[in-house]
Design a protein around this ligand. Structure first.
Ligand SMILES: CC(C)(COP(=O)(O)OP(=O)(O)OC[C@H]1O[C@@H](n2cnc3c(N)ncnc32)[C@H](O)[C@@H]1OP(=O)(O)O)[C@@H](O)C(=O)NCCC(=O)NCCS
Length: 186
């Protein structure tokens, strides 16, 4: 590397807190996964559309789901991810999650899926809006990014309904606010 052009080391990823108080609207609440939800998580991962459009792990049997759930607190502590159940009246109906927190860029990525039996009822819209609004208010970010493949119109529809601004050809939608306050130091 040319002297004087040393690349700045990226800031360490801060821990991601759980929303406190928990996020919710009407009968919907966003809560952490519990090992008791493992079968519901397997069902979600087994949906072909969820497998196609989201980062489902290679192993999707119940023991793997339990292990993934048990690792959630550690992923949060290391600033890698925050994954929350979309809970409707006490039942798991989907997930909304954050990943790729970048304190230097002030960005975090969001993703979502909803169980096939509960789609087209506005649940992903509510979950995405709650999570994005909380992220810009409480994390060290001012922009939440949603990558919605143009070949997946339902996901772009959720982004639009939840208040994200349309992206370009790369399908990246953005949710912004006046600037994060940050329980997490920049
Ligand atoms: C994408 C997904 C999460 C949508 O969940 P949902 O709860 O049904 O979404 P909503 O009811 O909030 O829909 C919001 C808007 O998205 C659009 N939309 C949702 N599903 C749609 C569909 N099947 N076809 C066309 N538009 C659709 C509509 O504009 C809808 O608003 P409307 O119902 O008022 O017309 C769900 O289809 C899913 O889990 N898909 C598989 C996983 C996935 O693609 N995740 C996204 C990866 S980025």
């Amino acid at each position: 590397m040319t002297p004087g052009h040393a690349r700045r080391r990226p800031s360490p990823k801060p821990a991601i807190p759980l929303p406190d108080p928990p996020l919710g609207e009407g009968a919907v609440c966003l809560r952490p996964w519990s090992v008791a939800d493992a079968a519901a998580l397997v069902a979600g991962w087994s949906d072909p559309e969820v497998a196609r459009w989201t980062g489902v792990p290679d192993r999707t049997e119940e023991v793997a789901a339990r292990r993934w759930i048990e690792g959630e607190a550690d992923r949060r502590a290391r600033g890698l991810a925050l994954d929350l159940v979309v809970d409707l009246d006490g039942a798991v109906v989907g997930e909304v999650g954050l990943s790729s927190l970048d304190p230097d860029a002030g960005t975090v990525e969001i993703g979502w899926w909803i169980d096939v039996a509960h789609r087209r009822r506005g649940l992903a819209t509510v979950a995405a809006r709650l999570m994005a609004t909380w992220s810009v208010a409480e994390l060290c970010v001012n922009t939440v990014l949603a990558t919605c493949d143009p070949a997946n119109p339902p996901s772009g529809g959720v982004a639009r309904s939840a208040g994200f601004a349309p992206g370009g050809e790369d399908g990246v939608w953005t949710f912004r606010d006046g600037g994060g306050r940050g329980t997490v130091p920049p």
